[in-house]
Design a protein around this ligand. Sequence first.
Ligand SMILES: O=C(O)CCC(=O)C(=O)O
Ligand SMILES: [Fe+2]
Length: 356
Amino acid sequence: MSTLTARPLHQFELNTLSHVPDVYAWSALNDLPYGDDVVPVVDLESPDAVGLIGRACEEWGAFQITGHGIPLHLLDRVEAQTRRLFSLPTAQKLKAARGPGRLSGYGLANTSSFYSNIFWSEGFTIVGSPHDDARKLWPEDHEEHCCVMEEYNRLIKDLSGRLLRWMMLAMGLHDEDMDWAGLLSKADPVLQLNYYPVCPEPDRAIGIAHHTDSSFITILYQSSGESGLQLVHREDAAGPARWVTVPPRRGALVVNVGDLCEIVFNGRIRSVMHRAIVNRTQTRISVAFFCGPPPEFNVAPMEKLIGPNERPAYPAMSWPEFLSLKRKLYNKTLEYLRSPEQEAEDHKNTSETTNQ
Ligand SMILES: O=C(O)CCC(=O)C(=O)O
Ligand SMILES: [Fe+2]
């Protein structure tokens, strides 16, 4: 997730193009080799779920989940409502366009403002209640959309609290160390709907370029059919860092570790670099739930994860401070926070505070 400035939608209607115009063309999409590793699938009803989640977080920063309790018919309705929204005429979608300083509404993915080239996708962000924007899209007929999105938000928020609690238990912590359900109840849910039209030259375009999500975790629904989500498996004994595809699995959801979890868990787990590629034959949709904190959240490693003679791997800051750093440094934010220069800066600030 991010609160980056929205950028206006480009004039092209992607569905109608027979080639990729230069502003949509990306080079260096094959920057890493491709691996055929399989992202772990965790059945949340399994007695080993906590351990499997912990291992997946440490090794991958991502996993798929089944047995999550969100009914298949609700996932189907979320997909149908998402497709219904993106199939509206452009002029109608633009009635709910994200304006300056506004996070909700129709537009390109928020991260697109970091690039001069354009993503082969459209996005629609729902922050908090879906009603205001849905009324602009369907003045007479938005009830069903809102009911479905609200029900999904309610269940997925609950699920994200359960997952975060299990991640914490897997790291050897206990319930008293963080009240996840209490924390998340104060945060506004953020749903990002993504639509990837078919692309006549998929090797030259990108749906959403590589990034990490700022949230604690992201829970992603992806439509079945063609794969699109790819993530980086970092270098290990099996080979160098590589792109790995996460194929859609009917009924399963993907969990991605975000920047906040990397910090809160003091680097024990890493936020996962990922992107969405496009294809020639099938439109694809995804629905990302960004599980973030309330504005007053203090972004800092949990004390119990810092050894007796160790410094925290990341400095403490407020959530708005983190977001503003991310707006400046984007994919380099965590690297910067872990860097020795930042450590020196942090040390200087601490001595100044203690000397006052
Ligand atoms: O569509 C996808 O598979 C990925 C979407 C994504 O990474 C995002 O919305 O942040
Ligand atoms: Fe993402």
